[in-house]
Design a protein around this ligand. Structure first.
Ligand code: ZN
Length: 462
């Protein structure tokens, strides 16, 4: 993508000033009054006309350059607009993804928080249970000590066999269950032993239960720890991709701003170009009027008798020989804008105006005088005249004048007498055109009025 500022801007401004200066210079010549003055010699009129022609020619060259720039800038503008659309679509996609990621992270954090709370409460429970077990163990040990003490005190007199049983018993429970020994203790001691035994059994059972519970809780915590590790890893992943997306978004936004700036610049340029074109269009209208004015002053009018050397037979000829087509008609183009003539193109065997390589069949082919007459205007310098390019006007001596425009070159000059059907130039694409063709007009002078009439009333395609 080209983000460069229009380099030709300062050049354009200089050009604009130049055009304005030329326009003012042009006005001081007062061309209409020059044409109208009757006391000047034909020679003087021609000199002045040639001066005006030169100025107009320069203006036309400037216009062509400006029009080229406008075309370039318009295509640049189109390209930028489509690029902006692409970037905007990308930004939209990125924003959507970031929203989704943010939602995921929020829900992950909630999960982690819940799990952490659960683990914390499980740890508290385990601590409580462990404390109880420790207390129970201490109590059992104490009770065991007390019981052993009591047995020693009460049964010392019982003989070696009892002590032997006591000390050879593997544990206290098996010792206490021995019936012969139980029978020897007092009722008080029997109750103490029974109570202690039952408490011991209870504590052992509780310990077993708590141990089992602890095992379960630890296993659950292990599972939760592993879940949390997984979730944390995922959170890290999400956060890092969020960073990547945000960086992309930042970049896209920056690019967008740059493009907008360029567009603004181009809009400004465009306004300048439009102003120049508007001025040039006005100039063009002036020139059209000049042509009519020139014909008014120098052309024949309806009712005149043509010079004999014109051989005017009163019947105009289609101005291009061979197979042709009419690509635009009188008095308007398809888009409705004014068109005071007809456009003629040479066609190939299949009826197209260009061959398979895109080459125009018209370019360089001759066009001919529709009727005998005298060439009264001939502009044969490339890029001459607003819109018409190289063109000539033939006066046929009977009040009709024909105009031939956009020529590649003219074979005739002002003052030449031409015969009907004589080749007078080659078809080209000079002036304001989209492709090579002959632009053909018919003018009729009645008294002081010159009108541009429907050419098809005078010529018809063979
Ligand atoms: Zn035309």
């Amino acid at each position: 993508m080209s983000l460069k500022k229009n380099k030709n801007r300062s050049g354009l401004k200089a050009l604009l000033c130049f055009v304005l200066v030329l326009t003012c210079t042009f006005c001081t010549f007062s061309p209409l009054s020059v044409f109208a003055e009757e006391d000047k010699s034909l020679e003087e009129l021609r000199d002045e006309y040639n001066k005006i022609e030169a100025i107009i020619q320069e203006n036309q060259q400037n216009l062509n350059e400006v029009q080229g720039e406008i075309k370039d800038n318009k295509s640049k503008l189109d390209k930028l607009n489509s690029e902006i659309d692409d970037i905007q679509a990308q930004v939209d996609i990125l924003s959507d993804r970031i929203d989704i990621l943010n939602g995921d992270i929020t829900s992950l954090n909630t999960n982690i928080q819940t799990i952490t709370t659960e683990i914390s409460s499980i740890n508290t429970m385990i601590t409580e249970i462990e404390t109880r077990i420790a207390e129970g163990e201490i109590l059992i040990a104490d009770t065991r000590e007390q019981l052993l003490e009591r047995i020693r005190e009460n049964y010392m007199a019982g003989g070696g066999s009892t002590l032997e049983i006591l000390f050879t018993s593997e544990d206290l429970t098996s010792f206490l269950t021995r019936k012969e020994l139980v029978a020897q203790v007092s009722e008080k001691d029997t109750k103490l032993i029974t109570d202690l035994t039952s408490e011991l059994v209870e504590l052992n059972s509780l310990e077993t239960q708590l141990e089992a519970e602890k095992v379960e809780l630890v296993s659950k915590r292990t599972q939760l720890d592993s879940d949390m590790t997984t979730l944390t890893a995922r959170q890290d992943d999400l956060e890092s991709s969020l960073d990547v997306q945000e960086a992309k978004k930042k970049e896209a936004t920056k690019k967008h701003e740059e493009v907008e700036e360029i567009l603004e610049q181009l809009d400004e340029d465009s306004e300048e170009y439009k102003a120049i074109i508007k001025r040039q269009e006005e100039e063009r209208k002036i020139l059209e009027a000049q042509i009519d004015e020139y014909i008014k002053n120098h052309g024949s009018e309806v009712g005149d008798t043509p010079d004999e050397e014109y051989n005017n037979d009163g019947d105009m000829l289609w101005p291009v020989a061979g197979k042709t087509t009419m690509t635009a008609g009188y008095p308007a183009y398809k888009d409705g804008s004014a068109h005071w003539g007809i456009d003629i193109c040479v066609v190939g065997a299949t009826g197209g105006t260009r061959d398979e390589n895109g080459r125009s069949y018209s370019l360089g082919k001759p066009f001919r005088a529709a009727q005998g007459g005298e060439v009264i205007i001939a502009a044969n310098d490339d890029n001459w005249n607003y819109g018409f390019g190289n063109y000539c006007v033939i006066d046929h001596g009977d009040g009709t004048q024909t105009l031939y425009a956009h020529a590649q070159t003219l074979y005739v000059k002002k003052g030449d007498v031409v015969q009907k059907g004589e080749n007078i130039g080659a078809i080209g694409e000079t002036g304001n055109v989209t492709g090579p063709h002959l632009h053909f007009e018919v003018r009729v002078k009645r008294g002081d009025t010159v009108s541009r009439v429907q050419p098809l009333d005078y010529v018809s395609k063979p």
